[in-house]
Design a protein around this ligand. Structure first.
Ligand code: AMP
Ligand code: GLY
Length: 439
């Protein structure tokens, strides 16, 4: 089949890398892609990055399956637009994407389904917010309601900090995303990510993984999109999975069904484990970045049949799809199979990220990494002379594995040391929690 991956980050590189190995994929496209992706997929010239232009391309090329990486396309309704033309696309529709694109909506859904989550209020004017902040325990968490490129969550330690942040958010710091602000109780515990493939009724789980959101070693500094991740996580036991299934996943899927929301795609549950009990910090409606990089690296199963089954559940008949192998339903597909040991990735970022940073730095050493290492590209491109140069805040995700967490850490950092660019920045302690547990 012909497959199109939409997006340009490390997550999309990892998804494209996995799709490229699929038994079923003959031709792989990625738009817009990046320097690394262009080595494993065709990166077509498409007029612009609008849903309409992508749809034109998919129809013209008879794309059999489109896989969507970023949430903004999902929130814009790319899935609705493709399905309306009878195309198969893996991702949630616009209505379902609200679970991520409105934090107030996500909280309201959780509340009505009785899903454990931090206590909260939603405000849209400063005076009501001020009252709540005066009566809050600190730290308190402020969240811009809408999509803010991963920057919309601020943990405030004092009333003054919170009041100033609230007034900036309501005053347009995140544009319309901050017109409403969720004020939330701060939860203390271990954070885990659980990604599920779902057709709205059936679920196939991925392994638990753990991101590192803070910029600096020791989980200090500014909040980022994620500086590294590993999988699996010892504290993500089968018992915990069952708890999450019972208290979070099934109630959520039932609630969505009750509201007539057709949820098909990835469900990313951001969890805080407080004294062995799971609380939901957030839902994302797409693969996590950088969790996807080690997850795809460790996955043995061909993932395409899973995407195909989920995307095709409500698919109208007709078109080229009918000549392709009729995969079974998600329910009938086996559980995903994983390599043993640990996978992890370390993010190489531009100095200055997540604030301002320079682009266009020449990257060296990419060709010298080991065979058991994949360097997934996030912000890279080719310059006019064909050099691979930096083109974003998060630049590369160096991904490797090992039989133990210590070996995985050694293998990954050994490869990190082979790569260089001016002002390259990374954390030295990715997977530190797992390492401490295993010592
Ligand atoms: P989000 O953008 O929702 O993933 O939030 C970013 C980060 O803020 C999360 O990964 C957590 O580390 C932190 N966070 C969000 N909500 C809470 C909360 N209620 N208590 C403690 N930390 C939180
Ligand atoms: N790794 C966190 C996220 O993708 O939102």
């Amino acid at each position: 089949m012909k497959v199109l991956v939409v997006g340009k980050g490390g997550r999309e590189h990892a998804l494209a890398w996995k799709a490229a190995q699929s038994f079923y994929v003959d031709r792989l496209f990625c738009f817009p892609g990046n320097a690394g992706i262009s080595k494993i997929a065709e990166t077509p010239d498409i007029a612009d990055d609008s849903v309409e232009s992508l749809l034109d391309f998919a129809l013209r090329e008879s794309i059999d399956l489109t896989i969507v990486g970023p949430e903004d396309y999902l929130a814009k309704g790319i899935v609705d637009a493709f399905e309306a033309k009878g195309l198969r696309i893996f991702g949630v529709n616009r209505e379902a994407a609200r679970l991520e694109s409105s934090k107030a909506f996500a909280k309201e859904v959780m509340k009505s389904a009785n899903i454990p989550t931090a206590a909260y209020s939603v405000v849209s004017d400063f005076e009501s917010g001020e009252k709540i902040l005066k009566n809050s325990k600190y730290p308190v968490v402020l969240k811009a309601d809408g999509l803010a490129a991963g920057k919309g969550v601020i943990i405030c330690n004092t009333y003054d900090e919170a009041a100033s942040e609230l007034s900036q958010m309501l005053g347009g710091k995140f544009k319309s995303a901050g017109a409403k602000v969720v004020i939330e109780e701060f939860l203390k515990g271990e954070e885990l990510s659980l990604l599920l493939l779902t057709d709205g009724t059936n679920v196939k789980r991925l392994l638990f993984s753990q991101d590192h959101k803070a910029l600096n070693d020791g989980d200090t500094g500014l909040n980022t999109g994620g500086m590294g991740a590993y999988t699996p996580v010892t504290s993500g036991t089968d018992e915990l999975y069952e708890k999450v299934n019972k208290s979070v996943t099934l109630p959520l899927l039932n609630e969505l069904k009750k509201r007539g929301i057709d949820y098909r795609g990835i469900l990313y549950i951001g969890l805080m484990i407080v004294e062995n009990e799971p609380f939901v910090l957030e839902y994302n409606v797409r693969f996590g970045d950088p969790e996807t990089e080690p997850l795809m690296f460790m996955l043995i199963s061909d993932i395409i049949p899973y995407f195909w089954a989920i995307a095709g559940k409500e698919k109208p008949s007709g078109g080229r799809n009918e000549t392709l192998p009729p995969f079974s339903t998600l329910e009938a597909l086996p559980e995903l199979v994983w390599r043993s040991g640990y996978g992890m990735c370390v993010v190489l970022a531009s100095g200055g990220y997540p604030e301002s940073y320079e682009k266009g730095k020449i990257i060296s050493g990419l060709e010298s990494v080991d065979k058991n290492c994949e360097v997934f590209h996030a912000g890279t491109k080719f310059d006019a002379s064909g050099n691979t140069v930096t083109d974003g805040g998060r630049v590369l995700m160096v991904t490797s594995c090992g039989a133990t967490i210590t070996q995985a850490i050694e293998n990954t950092y050994e490869n990190v040391r082979k790569i260089n660019f001016d002002k390259m920045y990374f954390r030295h302690d990715i997977a530190h929690r797992e390492k401490e547990r295993n010592n």
